[in-house]
Ligand binder design. Sequence first.
Ligand code: BGC
Length: 716
Amino acid sequence: MPFLLSLLSCCLQVAAQNNIATEQKINSLIKKMTLQEKLGMIHANSSFTSNGVARLNIPELVMSDGPHGVRPEHGRDWEKDENVNDSGTYLPTGNTLAATWNPALGYQYGAVLGSEAKWRGKDVILGPGINIIRTPLNGRNFEYLSEDPYLISKMVVGYIQGVQAQGISACVKHFAANNQEILRNSINVEMSERALREIYLPGFKAAVLTGKVNTLMGAYNKFRGQWCTHNKYLINDILKKEWKFDGIVISDWGAVHNTKEALENGTDIEMGSEFTLKSGTDYSKFFLADSAVASVKMDKVKLDKLLDDKVRRILRIMYRTKLAASKKSTGSYATKEHSAVAAKVAEEGIVLLKNNDHFFPIQKKNIKTIAVIGENAARPNAYGGGSSQVKALYEVTPLQGIKNILKGTDVTVSYARGYKIERNAAANDTLIAEAVKAAANADVVIVAGGWVHGYNYNVWNDNAYDAEGFDKPNMDMPFGQNELINAVLKVNPNVAVVLMGGGAIDVSGWDKKVKTIIEAWYPGMEGGNALAKIIFGEINPSGKLPVTFPKHLSESPAHVLGEYPGDSVNVKYSDDIFVGYRYFDTYKVQPQFAFGHGLSYTSFEYKNLQVNYANKATTVTLIIKNTGGTAGAEVVQVYVNEKSPEIKRPEKELKAFAKVMLKAGEEKQIKLTLDENAFQYFSEAKNKWVMKPGRFNILVGSSSADIRLEKGVDVK
Ligand code: BGC
């Protein structure tokens, strides 16, 4: 032990000395730079780059979207670069990753992105997107992770560390409270300090303090009256002072509105392009470019100090990444190994929501015909959704996945389109009639439906439901899918519905009548294969919902307690801390599918719960046993409830979880530790996190609504 301690202290000393040496190098570089050179580094010089200083060997900083793959190359300012190989790995979207509840997969996911970004000559990958999923309507929910700050905090760290281990910077976005796309460029978000601290910030805090993220993107919206990208409270006071973030704050594209505020309130690089800025592509007209900065009345010493801080941050991150001697790998691109990560995330992220009569898994030998219905079954999604678009090397659709798995068997697969993807399209009688015919002649029917992306980034609203810049008009199944499913059910009771998309959708028109419901999100390039393996039992599903599915939109807390989308100037989050299951559980509203819910083909027994408090740590141990006949993984979830709180607290809050793989009949002991944070709430009166010593309940279960074991503990 003494040897290990002295080794550790020696390593820390070396690291500190290296840091001092790097900071000295940076200071001497800054001394050599002209004002123009500094200004060049703090604003865009093309849609995805900012200037370097060639004479000092400082390279440009090269960025790329996005959260689930490296974006297709648009060269400089959207000129298509024909000479580049940009068909890459299309990973499942953020919501799918979150549904794995497997932080180790977060790391692998990030490592794929980092490696591909490196291969494509990028320095910064513009992800992960981690805004809280507050309303089912947000058009970007598919990019985001969860309604729960603890789950986000756990998943985001792996992602960031995976990216950054490749010598590439992650960019956590969009800081903060960018929870709707509608009005995103103008809306002012108002919320309590408690909601900010308990719900909207913890993911970012974990990204900075634990994930050590190199860069962060400011959001488009305003927060408490000031634009987020140059919001004094969010960026200077919280991010840079409280959390000691020493990396780069990058504006969202076109999110800077004021030179003085951007200079003073922590924006380090102003980005944007002809789409987002009125200046067109004249980068010299940017808010952080020469003439705008020159026109600000500010003491020269102060201005120099502000500029030097921004440049210092950029150089610091360059020395941690592209200028670091140890980070010279070239990365790799579109490899089999990367596809395998995409497959694994889909296999663990797809969620079995309902499964009556053991309808799934389907035994190939028991069927002769299968009808696959729905335009979503045959539609690729990689290229849609806005800035997160990916040019996929390939994308296995659900239909293709089902055909692949049935190759070599004598099962016949028929396909009917069923509905037409077109914004505001109603049920199409001809397509429904074709689908009914296919269903009538089949042993089993799989309808693939739900939401869709727009195809083309230039027309994001083109048929888009899940897309940047737009929210969904409602939570209903679009394109007449309810009519389709009900028509199919009339001729064949053996129907499963596969949902795709950004999350909660109203299934109340048919949910009781179908045998099985699966949430497949946007499961990436291998998604169809992963789905087929789950349908036919080669993979035992283990995904769990990272969001609550309300029965109807009108029961969603942002719409019941809060405002959405606001009065076009302000949106008040009066739903406060009661986001997602915190609302449904506390207000006793039954959701359609609860947070943390997800079925398996096997069953799990929870037993022998013990909870011990000692030395400020609460240890939770239990035994989990696979009591069914198939190997499978269970996500053991630990929630905390305060017996008699001083102020209103949620009925329960997730504070620990573990994904456990168990063979048939196997049992394992699980041990989870809760620190003091698990019992705290944010006191507005004291303006800090506090814990009231006393009795807490520890609730352990398979979802927020399926608590299997419970025990009290006195925490001091
Ligand atoms: C999006 C960001 C994205 C950026 C660059 C913005 O419109 O909000 O998430 O990274 O564009 O494409």
